[in-house]
Design a protein around this ligand. Structure first.
Ligand SMILES: Cc1cc2nc3c(=O)[nH]c(=O)nc-3n(C[C@H](O)[C@H](O)[C@H](O)COP(=O)(O)OP(=O)(O)OC[C@H]3O[C@@H](n4cnc5c(N)ncnc54)[C@H](O)[C@@H]3O)c2cc1C
Length: 383
């Protein structure tokens, strides 16, 4: 293989995870290639909600990309009994994924990362001294390290997981958008319905020029979601026939034993299942995992020793998994005790505030570790 096709690191996927990692490694003068199957700017099924936690990770001004800001929330339970909280200090900023992802990819390129678009990786060969990747048009590339940043449906996790490993869990999400400017009607508040189908939720995120609407839940109730979305649209006075519907899975690592690393291949972002099982948030974890991976990959390259990569899984388990486990506990508790929790949130401002702070990223699940550990014991199916 010619030198021009040989890289320190090949990253498959230019979502927030892949582009952040490419930026960080290119900054350290590593020879980085991103292979991306789409042509940018491309859309990605997503609510585009950036929680407050994301702000602390982003090192660029993204104010020109902000399409809206949510500073409050209202909940219904089975379309009834609405609870609407006050305007809060912590806000969720809304971006268009096409523009946001393109911006991050451009930043990586400006720093020296190479990116090939319309380059779908179709084959990965993990050898003792490098990883080879074949793309659809027949070209081959070689990297000392390969990073799977290819999202929920990518191919890299298939190479990392063996048959005996615990699998990722999946959520199913249906999403659509209106082109109506209704931000004012929603007064910068997101609307959430829950408890209509156990384990599911529905949302409306208002932004300047449109409403982002969707429903989601575990795969087991996937077949009921379209009907739920119809009801949710009707409840919000919206017409289904004017709206294009998109379905997409979300991949969640709820078990630390599910590997996210094998030899010289590591998984980041949603390829590693780093998604909140309760709220479906994934952008924060995509960027965070890339930032955790970057110095570890650099250290491994400098030392010429892939053993150092093992630190990545340990760091993810230490820094991110307590959050994802907290999310899983929250999802189970809300599923089982949705009615009393809704009532408590209605009558306790503190409870409402805590819920909002977690969803908007003002607080982490680990801030409530004692409560979460205690609640594990009353949640069916959990230890
Ligand atoms: C409907 C919906 C709503 C959501 N709303 C939110 C939200 O409001 N806030 C939030 O934080 N999270 C949300 N999420 C989750 C969030 O979208 C993801 O977790 C996040 O995009 C993960 O980032 P990533 O970089 O890991 O992967 P992705 O953003 O999925 O990027 C993966 C990239 O890899 C590319 N790729 C895939 N396979 C290949 C291949 N074989 N070869 C080359 N390239 C490949 C893809 O084209 C893509 O560009 C939502 C998800 C869904 C489905």
């Amino acid at each position: 293989m010619s030198d021009e096709n040989a890289y320190d690191v090949i990253i498959i996927g230019a979502g927030p995870a892949g582009s952040t990692l490419a930026y960080e490694l290119a900054k350290k003068r590593k020879k980085v290639l991103i292979l991306e199957k789409e042509r940018f700017p491309r859309d990605k099924p997503c609510g585009g909600g950036l929680t407050a936690k994301v702000n602390s990770l982003l090192q660029f001004d993204i104010s020109h990309l902000i399409e809206g800001e949510i500073s409050g929330i209202s909940f219904t339970k089975k379309f009834r009994d609405e609870i609407s909280g006050p305007v809060m200090q912590t806000s969720i900023r809304i971006v268009e994924r096409a523009g946001f992802d393109n911006f991050l990819a451009e930043k990586a390129k400006e720093n020296g990362a190479e990116m090939i678009q319309s380059a779908k990786a179709i084959e990965i060969e993990d050898t003792s001294d490098c990883v080879r990747v074949a793309i659809e048009d027949g070209r081959h590339f070689q990297g000392k390290i390969l990073v799977g940043a290819d999202g929920a449906l990518g191919i890299t996790s298939r190479v990392v997981l063996s048959e005996k490993d615990p699998l990722f869990s999946f959520l199913v999400v249906l999403k659509c958008e209106t082109q109506t400017n209704t931000e004012k009607n929603f007064k910068r508040k997101a609307k959430i319905d829950w408890g209509t189908i156990p384990g599911s939720y529905a949302w409306v995120f208002p932004s300047k020029n449109k409403l982002n609407i969707g429903v989601g839940g575990p795969v087991s109730i996937g077949h009921e979601l379209e009907k739920y979305l119809d009801q949710w649209l009707e409840f919000n006075g919206l017409k289904k026939d004017e709206i294009k519907l998109i379905g997409h899975p979300e991949k969640c690592r709820i078990n630390k034993k599910t590997p996210i690393l094998k030899d010289r291949i590591i998984l980041i972002g949603e390829a590693a299942g780093l998604v909140d099982y309760w709220t479906g948030e994934g952008i924060y974890y995509a960027i965070k995992s890339a930032k955790i991976a970057a110095p570890i990959i650099e250290k491994s390259l400098v030392a010429g020793n892939i053993e150092y990569l093992k630190e990545y899984e340990k760091e993810i388990d230490r820094e991110i998994m307590p959050e994802l486990e907290g999310a899983y506990v929250a999802a189970k508790i809300f599923r089982t005790y949705s009615w009393p929790i809704h009532k408590m949130a209605k009558y306790s401002k503190r409870m409402f505030r805590i819920g909002y702070e977690i969803v908007s990223g003002g607080k982490k699940y680990s801030d409530f570790k004692k409560v979460s550990n205690a609640l594990k014991w009353i949640v069916p199916g959990m230890k």
